[in-house]
Design a protein around this ligand. Structure first.
Ligand SMILES: Nc1ncnc2c1ncn2[C@@H]1O[C@H](COP(=O)(O)OP(=O)(O)OP(=O)(O)O)[C@@H](O)[C@H]1O
Ligand SMILES: [Mg+2]
Length: 601
């Protein structure tokens, strides 16, 4: 019983009720009704034959046959429509479960585990149709199969009227075919590593060809043939794998034929003997003979395959939510972060390695940032700057050490309350395909604040607040890389206007032209005055304007101080600063700019 309750099929049935209780009830009622009608038809035929034999009126049996026949014909299409609808609802519900599973965990760990990514690819198969049909297609087949199976049960039940053992014999024989032919309906290999990897690659090839970010490189590097060829060859391999797994075994087919043949032989021999001995009326003989034929609907059929193929991804989807929940879990504290920090943010001996990585990114990282000041973080690619920003936003927790805000460990703060104190622009900030207004204030803000934030980011006049920032929408428009970056900055500045006290800017000006960067930085400093600002940048013209600068190397702070102090120190910072200054093509700039970029140490 426990095994049954954990089976994919059982969980699929339960999911019907979660997706749409009303449709599920209608669907099962139709299964029962469509199952009873063939038995009613068989009985009506018996009554008709009996009436003919005894010369009784045929009106009632003929009317009964007519009504049952019409109901049988009419209910099929109705059930198909209900099935498709239920399939669509189920598909939507499973999508919701998957999306919540990905979005709900407060941390990021679950999105970076490759085993969970594989399971996610396999789980989405209920709808993708890469290795099996989607639910909207499967459900009418399952509904039809169930109705005919229910018909088999009802007709086998009629045989109790003949002999107690008859339904057991025939029902058992036809039922045993499910056992013998099971291997033809279960696709064992569907969730093997090979399948899942091919599914993932096929999905990737598909996205590369249909989504616009890849369009430029696909053309420039002539990748179209490779992508489409790769996709179709993967699809073919997936289909081959599925068919190879579904072969009917010759031996088990023979067993099934023998069992069914012997059982039917015994039954019809007994029925014939009783009829010829005069123990059975003609009407009853007609009923039992037809019911025995009808009981064959209990046999293994194509719907077994439809059912198992549709049920297979369901446990994957439902279990993924639990597994992702535990990998992306971060326990929230209870202390409010209102008005924090008023004193300082302190990293104390922070060690951190990514769950999916094999080395420590931060190893004994110590740093204090006084509240209300700005700190720039510099360091080579891969030094761990973005990681620091993510830890501060509590996307992960340190493996050892702590981040304290006014002395309180981040883990003791209420997570939502802390995040509401933060405004951040990440290196890979999102470009929402939404109106400009929502790009600046995804959580909503008065238009006046949005316009002011846009102006602070020197992004006024880019578009009307209602303009969707994507050409894919009517009346929408595209922005350049630098324009997008200004919008992202405006998003952070708007959050500051609404009360955020900590601003994290990870390469906020990397895509701006030199003059734009200089201009915007002055404004940034003004707009974030009073907030604690952490700025990651490779541009020293920006970095030097921060109150303090910290150089990160090998997971630690190697230098920290003001620009002047670090130049004086003549260490890493100065070396990097001078290298960048000397590389600048001063010919492109006007005098004022050159002076502010390359200042003699
Ligand atoms: N999600 C992740 N999973 C595993 N490793 C990661 C992940 N993100 C970053 N890393 C690794 O952690 C290290 C630090 O990355 P991080 O993004 O913090 O560097 P960074 O200093 O911001 O570099 P850049 O200047 O290029 O932005 C790198 O070695 C990187 O490969
Ligand atoms: Mg980075």
């Amino acid at each position: 019983m426990r095994r049954f309750r954990q089976s994919a099929e059982w969980r699929l049935f339960r999911a019907f009720f979660s997706a749409s209780p009303r449709l599920a009830i209608v669907w099962w009622s139709l299964v029962v009704l469509r199952g009873l009608l063939p038995a009613a038809f068989v009985v009506a035929m018996g009554v008709l034959v009996s009436a003919v034999q005894h010369g009784d009126s045929l009106a009632i049996p003929l009317t009964l046959i007519g009504v049952v026949f019409i109901a049988l014909q009419a209910l099929g299409p109705v059930h198909d429509a209900v099935s498709s609808n239920l399939g669509a609802q189920l598909s939507a519900w499973l999508h919701d479960q998957l999306m919540y599973a990905c979005v709900r965990p407060p941390g990021l760990g679950h999105l970076e585990r490759s085993d969970l990514a594989d399971d996610l690819s396999a789980a989405r198969e209920f709808d993708l149709g890469i290795s099996g049909p989607g639910l909207v297609v499967s459900m009418p087949n399952i509904g039809g199969g169930f109705a005919s199976f229910a018909g088999g049960i009802a007709q086998a039940t009629l045989l109790f009227g003949y002999r107690w053992w008859a339904p057991l014999l025939l029902g058992g024989a036809w039922g045993s075919t499910h056992h013998f032919l099971k291997s033809a309906s279960i696709w064992h290999g569907r969730t093997t590593d090979e399948m899942v990897e091919k599914q993932r690659r096929a999905g990737y090839a598909y996205r590369l060809s249909v989504e616009s970010p890849a369009a430029k490189e696909v053309r420039l590097f002539g990748l179209a043939g490779w992508i489409v060829g790769g996709f179709s060859s993967l699809r073919r391999q997936l289909l081959d794998l599925s068919w190879a797994d579904r072969r009917l075994g010759a031996r088990s087919t023979t067993y099934a034929i023998v069992v069914v043949g012997v059982a039917n032989g015994l039954f019809f021999w007994s029925l014939g003997r009783d009829a010829s001995a005069g123990h059975l009326a003609l009407g009853a003989l007609v009923v039992y003979a037809q019911a025995a034929v009808g009981a064959s609907a209990l046999a293994f059929g194509e719907y077994d395959w439809w059912l198992r193929t549709s049920a297979q991804p369901v446990p994957l989807v439902l279990d993924l939510a639990t597994r992702m929940g535990s990998s992306g879990a971060l326990s929230s504290g209870t202390r409010s972060a209102d008005a924090l920090p008023s004193h300082e943010i302190r990293f104390e001996g922070v060690r951190f390695g990514y769950p999916s990585g094999d080395r420590l990114v931060l190893d004994g990282f110590d740093l204090t940032i006084p509240a209300g000041t700005s700190l720039a973080i510099v360091g080579k690619n891969g030094a761990g700057k973005t990681t620091l920003a993510k830890l501060l936003c509590r996307m992960y927790d340190p493996t050892a050490g702590a981040i304290r805000v006014d002395g309180v460990d981040l883990r003791d703060l209420d997570l939502a309350s802390w995040r509401s104190r933060l405004a951040a622009v990440f290196q890979d900030y999102l470009r929402y395909e939404l109106p400009l207004r929502d790009n600046v204030a995804p959580g909503g803000a008065p238009d006046a604040e949005i316009l002011a934030a846009l102006s602070d980011a020197r992004a006024d006049g880019l578009a009307a607040l209602d303009t969707v920032l994507s050409r894919a929408y009517e009346g929408g428009r595209d922005l350049s890389g630098g324009q997008w970056q200004r919008v992202a900055l405006a998003r952070a500045l708007c959050a500051v206007r609404l009360g955020a006290g900590v601003v994290v800017l990870d390469e906020p000006t990397a895509q701006l032209d030199v003059r734009g960067e200089l201009e915007i930085f002055e404004r940034l400093i003004d707009a974030t005055r009073g907030a604690t600002t952490i700025l990651v940048s490779h541009r020293f013209s920006t970095v030097r304007r921060a109150d303090r600068i910290c150089v990160v190397e090998a997971g630690r702070v190697v230098e920290v101080g003001t620009h002047e102090e670090l130049i004086e120190l003549a260490g890493r910072y100065r070396a990097m600063f001078e290298l960048q200054a000397s590389r600048f093509d001063v010919g492109d700039l006007e005098d004022g700019d050159v002076v502010s970029l390359v200042e003699p140490a």
